[in-house]
Design a protein around this ligand. Structure first.
Ligand code: C2E
Ligand code: MG
Ligand code: MG
Length: 264
């Protein structure tokens, strides 16, 4: 009960903050998007990561107000960047959606309101859902995803490869971006199995006409493999951790394929 009141208070009193992690083009290192990642600036416990309160929010109705708040905040920030910052005109914002939000009857209305109030065009918003959520395939989910697509908002599958995807079902959803889970990126250049899995996911994405993104790229060696295997986009600590909005710099080019040492 105490956590509940605490978290509700945080949503109502601006204790939540959104940090942004840049997503770059593998080809030229330009920032093409940012992922909105929520944090809780707790008055006594400091800055808390989402894993410390999102699961609790998901067990209660707080996920709805929290989700609406993040959506609004993220759309407003991206609309401002697109208007004011050189190089940001075509960037999109990625916002995570939880399972429960997809069964919220007012979800489509809150998305429409966030777009209308911020002035962000729908094509500049991509909602990230997990694979298991897509595969649950309840009527509610199908309707919500269809509604999101009809508004012109994009969908991304987060943590791809960790759930139980049916490829046939994948084809039926209007997905735009496929995000390869960090656990496969970790083994690139080291494990043949991970190389094979990432290669297969890239091939699948291309065949389905999807944009393919590698998550959690931490080393130049991983980026080199991500590029060689044909991923379009990447994000990860190598380029940047999630940062506050005022630290986002669209002029900063991320590394592209790293320089390799000349042969001895
Ligand atoms: P996610 O959507 O898969 O987000 C990526 C997570 O990986 C983020 O953790 C990010 O900081 C971390 N990450 C990015 N690059 C690297 C890297 O190179 N190395 C490592 N070790 N980690 C990296 P974060 O911010 O703690 O978020 C965790 C999860 O919490 C997210 O996973 C997402 O599922 C959830 N989440 C975050 N914000 C929201 C939100 O507003 N709503 C909902 N429903 N869920 C959220
Ligand atoms: Mg995500
Ligand atoms: Mg992810």
């Amino acid at each position: 009960l105490e956590i509940y009141d605490d978290l509700r208070h945080s949503i109502e009193h601006d204790e939540l903050v959104v940090h942004y992690q840049p997503i770059a083009s593998v080809a030229d290192g330009n920032i093409v998007a940012l992922e909105a990642l929520v944090r809780w600036n707790h008055p006594t416990r400091g800055l808390l990561g989402p894993m410390e309160f999102i699961p609790f929010a998901e067990e209660t109705d707080l996920i709805f107000s929290l989700g609406r708040w993040v959506l609004r905040e993220a759309c407003t920030t991206m609309a401002r960047w697109r208007n004011d910052v050189p190089g940001a005109q075509d960037a999109y914002i990625a916002v995570n959606l939880s399972v429960h939000q997809l069964s919220d009857v007012s979800l489509l209305d809150s998305i429409a309101a966030a777009l209308a109030d911020s002035g962000l065009p729908p094509e500049a918003l991509v909602l990230e859902v997990t694979e298991s959520l897509l595969m649950s395939e309840t009527q509610e989910t199908i309707d919500a995803l269809g509604g999101i697509h009809a508004m012109g908002v994009g969908l991304a599958i987060d943590d791809f490869g960790t759930g139980e995807s049916s490829l046939a079902r994948l084809k039926r959803f209007p997905v735009k971006v496929l995000k390869i889970d960090k656990s496969f990126v970790d083994g690139l250049g080291i494990l043949e199995t991970d190389e094979a899995i990432v290669a297969a996911i890239v091939q699948l994405s291309k065949a389905l006409g999807l944009v393919v993104l590698a998550e959690g790229v931490e080393t130049p060696a991983q980026l080199e493999r991500v590029a060689a295997l044909g991923c379009d986009l990447y994000q990860g600590y190598l380029m940047s951790r999630p940062i506050s909005a005022d630290h986002v710099d669209f002029a900063k080019k991320a590394e592209t394929t790293p320089q390799t040492d000349p042969p001895a």
